[in-house]
Design a binder for this molecule. Structure first.
Ligand code: GLC
Length: 353
């Protein structure tokens, strides 16, 4: 027969063991698993590093119509040159049924698969970006169902792809897709992505063309930490978009000849803007990506190189990754016809080795 004291001791030991085993079985592995499969977005952002946009190819109405068609060799060039990652803008909305169930054209999907695989097989992280859904600017509510249906197809298709594939929910919300409405749409799109990709890193930018002053209105679900926040920077627009026919809010021909001389006041304007962005990132504990910046080919090359280097350095100094706009085409850092890097811009983007 056990004495009462002994019984108490055994009960206490038994309880302790139960709790210990419980913690070991339930708590520890659960934590360990989460750590293993959700990449740290800050680490991933470091890996994005200094990247380039493959713009004007899959985001044109049809690939090639804007004079640029992706080739496998470009991924080698980008990797060998020392760029760390690519952003792949894709006009999904131009290749999906206009009516329910809004099916994405299988041939187009295969082409996007090919481009993603070209990047991933070279160990180049890739941001898969939903670009140029322009109808959403005029009439977002009528297009909301179709927009969400695109992510219902895209997200499951890539659910087993490695962590270095990231999804960007929407390029540059603007006009009638106001910052308030964008917050609403973004949360719904994110929830759809999370159904099939609970741990995928998702890239989200603020309203009004992903501009810095709009960051303060961006309302990302606080408990979702697998997110990188992106901003775009084309300031001053009179310099970066001089002569750009697609600027509608002003006559950009009047801006022709605008230079950027790296004068103290010009640099201060940039630094002030980036400090606002960096302060927001710190306060909200989010990694930040500069997803687009560049100066159109009609500006003079010296100013373009000066501006590009200053923006790239200012972003990197504040812990941001970046994607220059763009590899080939009208802001090109690479000349696909002459098969050569455009040296002043190339040197502005990558540190000398
Ligand atoms: C935006 C547009 C792209 C344009 C770039 C520079 O990303 O989507 O088409 O070339 O900004 O204006």
């Amino acid at each position: 027969m056990f004495k009462a004291k002994e019984v108490l001791l055994y009960v206490a030991i038994g309880l302790f063991l139960l709790i210990a085993v419980g913690f070991a079985v339930v708590e520890e592995p659960r934590e360990a698993v989460v750590k293993e499969i959700s990449p740290d977005p800050f680490e991933l952002n470091k890996r994005l590093g200094r990247g380039v946009n493959l713009g004007n190819a899959l985001d044109a109405p049809n690939e090639g119509e804007w004079g640029f068609t992706l080739q496998e060799e470009y991924f080698d060039l980008i990797k060998q040159a020392g760029f760390d990652s690519v952003r792949l803008p894709v006009r999904w909305s131009g290749h999906a049924l206009k009516e329910k169930p809004y099916t994405i054209d299988p041939n187009f999907f295969n082409r996007v698969d090919w481009a993603i695989n070209c990047a991933l097989s070279r160990n180049l992280p890739v941001i898969l970006d939903l670009h140029h859904y322009r109808e959403m600017y005029d009439d977002p509510n009528s297009h909301k169902e179709r927009y969400l249906a695109l992510w219902k197809q895209i997200a499951p298709r890539y659910k087993d792809y490695p962590d270095i594939l990231l999804f960007e929910l929407f390029n540059e919300p603007d006009d009638a897709l106001t910052p308030e409405l964008w917050n609403e749409f973004m949360k719904e799109a994110l929830a759809i992505v999370r159904q099939s990709n609970p741990h995928r890193t998702v890239v989200i930018g603020p309203g009004e063309d992903n501009t810095i002053p709009e960051l303060k209105f961006l309302d990302i679900p606080k408990d979702d930490r697998s997110i990188i926040v992106t901003i775009h920077y084309y300031w001053p627009l009179e310099f970066t978009h001089q002569g750009a026919a697609w600027v509608t809010k002003a006559d950009s021909n009047e801006w022709m000849g605008t230079k950027w001389s790296a004068a103290e006041a010009e640099k201060k304007a940039v630094v002030d803007n980036f400090n606002i962005a960096a302060a927001w990132a710190k306060e909200n504990n989010r990694p930040m990506n500069l997803g687009e910046f560049g100066a159109y080919e009609k500006a003079d090359m010296e100013s373009r190189a000066r501006w590009t280097k200053f923006i790239a350095d200012t972003a990197v100094e504040r812990g941001m990754s970046f994607h220059y706009w763009q590899f080939d085409s009208d802001f090109a850092v690479y000349d696909t016809k002459n098969k050569s890097w455009i040296k002043p811009l190339f040197d502005a983007l990558l540190p000398p080795r």
